[in-house]
Write a protein that binds this ligand. Structure first.
Ligand code: ADP
Ligand code: MG
Length: 454
């Protein structure tokens, strides 16, 4: 499907041009949080902004909604500078942000009151909105008497009652349990699809890949340091969307890959009509070590065993009270080591993974060593170099130079740091931090030199 032509009907409601955000530092250096960015919010679409935590999603939302000013660049509301425009937006936050001393109805009326709407109309509109979001009967309740899901319904009612032209949402479902979140998502979609709300565009900030693919017409993925757009594409799957369909899972996999490989330029999104993944997305890059600790991998595998050997990675993240993007590197590491497979968003433990998780610590180290030498190129290279050199030490620089070809300087350092972590755990090598050199642990030499001889 081609991009819709820019007609008057989808001229931008909000248009950001070269917006940046930086924070002053005492040391004169400034921290750049958002790199110069262009972005438009057009009528008729749900736009999801996806990215790891700290990538600047909330900062972007605040600038686009007029809550904060960009350090450079400009935001336009219907082509007028936003500071001088009469804007009509609402924001739903993750943390409900209700007034605890007001009843449900008073909370929903509050923004109307702020806009000078007379009492009778306030009453009528708030009651109607409470009914729409399924809260009739709770008008006189106080927020503390409600469950998280109900409170977020009040948050939605309060945002929608002013009939915003653009509805902004910052991780609105992430404090809710899985079922409640799922219900609220479908209700929101229903309101949107039935045009029950006059809202013309929705801007959703999330770090949940599936949520973005479920809801959005367009997805923008932010990268961090500083925040920048890595990819921007349309989701063309018809609503309601089926999480299990091949085009859906392909799209989730695609975004997952973009998010976990910040050093690789994203390829085009997969074709959503056929569900086919273009070949070039499978092309090999220099393998990247996910920044996870061996202990984290072991913990994840143990939890998977508790869950019958296979579970949805979002549910795992939930159970661990992890942000999904903190869990992803661990899942990735386990996958790289051959300890688990990802199938349709489910993580399934492999036989080696189960053996590793069920072993005593000493045997665990052996299994990890084997898995690492078989699957992880960088560890194999370090080990080989140490065995080859007569003094059994190699400077860090040697590997940094090699990694610099593929990664940024920062990422190269993190690659080495992770390699040191894994190598030490596996007793493959040690690292002398004062001399910045890798060393072969002599005591272990005999046993380690021939790990396959067992
Ligand atoms: P996200 O919503 O994607 O998690 P945020 O927009 O909240 O990210 O933050 C982006 C980055 O900006 C983070 O690294 C955060 O530490 C930084 N940041 C936010 N506010 C400030 C501030 N007042 N001073 C300095 N850095 C800030
Ligand atoms: Mg945020």
């Amino acid at each position: 499907m081609p991009e819709p032509a820019t007609t008057t009907a989808n001229a931008a409601i909000i248009r950001a041009q070269g917006i940046e955000k930086y924070y002053a530092q005492p040391s004169q250096n400034r921290i750049q949080v958002i790199a110069p960015t262009d972005l438009s919010i057009v009528p008729g679409e749900i736009l999801a902004l996806l990215g790891p935590s700290g990538s600047g999603k909330s900062t972007m939302l605040r600038m686009l909604s007029g809550l904060s000013q960009p350090s450079a660049g400009q935001v336009f509301w219907h082509e007028k500078p936003i500071a001088n425009a009469e804007i009509n937006v609402s924001i739903v936050f993750q943390s409900f942000a209700l007034f605890p001393w007001l009843t449900v109805q008073e909370n929903v009326e509050a923004p109307l009151q702020a806009r000078g709407i007379p009492p009778e109309e306030r009453r009528r509109r708030s009651l109607k909105m409470l009914d729409t979001v399924g809260l009739d009967g709770f008008e006189a309740a106080y927020p503390k008497e409600l469950s998280g899901g109900m409170r977020q319904r009040v948050g939605f009612a309060r945002a929608l009652v002013v009939e915003p032209e653009v509805l902004f949402m910052d991780e609105p479902f992430s404090a809710l349990d899985v079922l409640t979140a799922e219900n609220l998502r479908s209700e929101l979609l229903e309101l949107w699809a039935n045009k029950t709300m006059p809202t013309k565009a929705v801007f959703l900030v999330t770090h949940n890949i599936e949520e973005a693919v479920l809801l959005a017409d367009r997805i923008i993925v932010l990268g961090r340091n500083p925040g920048h757009i890595r990819t921007d594409f349309r989701v063309q799957l018809p609503q309601p969307r089926d999480r299990k369909s091949e085009p859906f899972t392909n799209l989730v996999d695609y975004i997952y890959k973009v998010l976990t490989r910040p050093e690789v330029a994203p390829t085009a999104a997969p074709d959503q009509t056929t569900g086919k993944v273009p070949r070039d997305q499978r092309q090999m890059h220099y393998q990247m070590l996910p920044h996870a600790r061996p202990g984290g991998v072991a913990g994840l595998l143990e939890l998977l065993i508790d869950h019958g050997g296979k579970d949805d990675i979002y549910r795992l993240a939930d159970d661990l009270a992890f942000e999904i993007d903190d869990l992803l590197p661990i899942v990735d590491a386990a996958q790289l080591l051959g300890f688990l497979n990802i199938e349709e968003g489910d993580a399934a433990i492999t036989a080696t993974g189960a053996a590793f998780a069920n072993s005593e610590i000493l045997h665990q180290k052996e299994l990890f060593r084997e898995a690492a030498l078989t699957n992880v190129l960088l560890l194999r290279q370090i080990r080989r170099a140490l065995e080859t050199k007569s003094d059994h030490t190699v400077p860090e620089e040697f590997f940094l130079d090699m990694l610099d070809e593929q990664f940024s300087d920062d990422e190269s350092l993190r690659q080495v740091e992770t390699a040191v972590n894994w190598g030490r755990y596996a007793e493959l090598f040690d690292f002398d931090a004062s001399r910045r050199r890798f060393i072969l642990p002599e005591v272990e030499e005999e046993t380690v030199a021939a790990p396959e001889a067992e």
